[in-house]
Design a protein around this ligand. Sequence first.
Ligand code: AMP
Ligand code: MG
Length: 426
Amino acid sequence: MIELAEAIALVEATATPLPARRQRLLDACGRRIAEPIAADIDSPPWDRAMMDGFAVRDADFPGERPAEVELDVVVDLAAGDVSGVVIRPGTCARIMTGAPLPEGADAVVPIERAVDGTEDAHAGGRVRLREERYREGQHVARQGAAFRTGSVVLPAGSLLDAATVGLAAEAGATHVVVVPRVRVAILSTGSELVACDDMPAYGQTRNSNAPMLAAAVSLLGAEPIAMGIATDRPEAIRAAVAQGLAADVLVVSGGVSTGDLDLVPAAFAACGVEQVFHKVRLKPGKPVWFGILRRASASPTLVFGLPGNPASSLVCFELFVRPAISILAGRPRTAWHLPRSRAVLVSSVKGVGDRPVFLPCRLRAATGIFEAEPLPWTGSSDLVGLAAGAAIPGAVPGFIALPAEGVRYEPGTEVEVVLRSELGAS
Ligand code: AMP
Ligand code: MG
């Protein structure tokens, strides 16, 4: 049995970021790019009309304003049209938003500024334009104004959200180099388990750990892979473990303590997984197991055996699996763990003498410090106490983290708390 801090440090020392991979841009949404993206064109790629109107020469407009000017329309240009026509003095082009500004022109006068209507203001006709406040270059997006060929439009580390995906696409990046989503296989063990959409018979238990852990994995931005249930038979567990080792992380729940049917550590060993630790001074979650399968030619798989009791499983996920996934995903150290804070107790709680303990609570922001309300909790098989922390808008679910002291902490005492809400205190 090792201390909690040592166990967390071992996870942190064992996990290493996944290597970045080249992926199709759209497959990489939500990831951070590992390499900068440089543009293969200018943006705009050419001087672009930004209004429907007339492409004119600045020099045709006198210095004083307002100015009224009559011009020959020499060409009609819709978006997508290109023409070799040059706009000479006294002429203009009728132009639509998105068309390249023709040579010789340097500004667009909006169509609303045509004085006598625009029916005749097409190629071969004339137009009278009146501008109150005309400025050179108006309504033109200049070539390269947004970015230049070869320039970095997105530095390494940028998150691929809707805007950055659009920009990468405009810059010609059909593929990007990203740290891939961490794939986390989730396996439940126990002959008593049935799927959650079944009504359990006498002696059976719903496999609630699988959706719970899949949710925790998804909320971390990783990809849960459902491995289902393995019954408590060495061959069944070994076969399922062997399959789950194809993922970046394998999380197995149940079967890790020292009961007769706790076959999981043996299955890990049989599959070549090297044990890093087994059993941590912690409540709930003491039986937790952690190891690594190293490979000569591929990334290793990190392997966790979590206790079967749902609350123990979740506590162990938050303490050990969360930092592992975060490290694999290349997150900064500050984002590896759930945030911790100090809080004032609203009602009394009691620690245990031999182990640090994590008790479900509800946290509310008080003046300068949180208030922690311990929640009724019957122990490690009870998810109701944990879930109650999330029941009230404005409150954050969390844990009260008590040191290994078997003493009672009275209301008003300051304690350490772990904030469990990733979704914000909304
Ligand atoms: P174990 O860690 O296998 O000794 O299981 C401890 C307790 O957790 C037992 O009551 C199991 O029935 C229960 N348990 C184990 N796995 C799950 C699961 N996937 N979902 C819900 N409860 C479970
Ligand atoms: Mg079991």
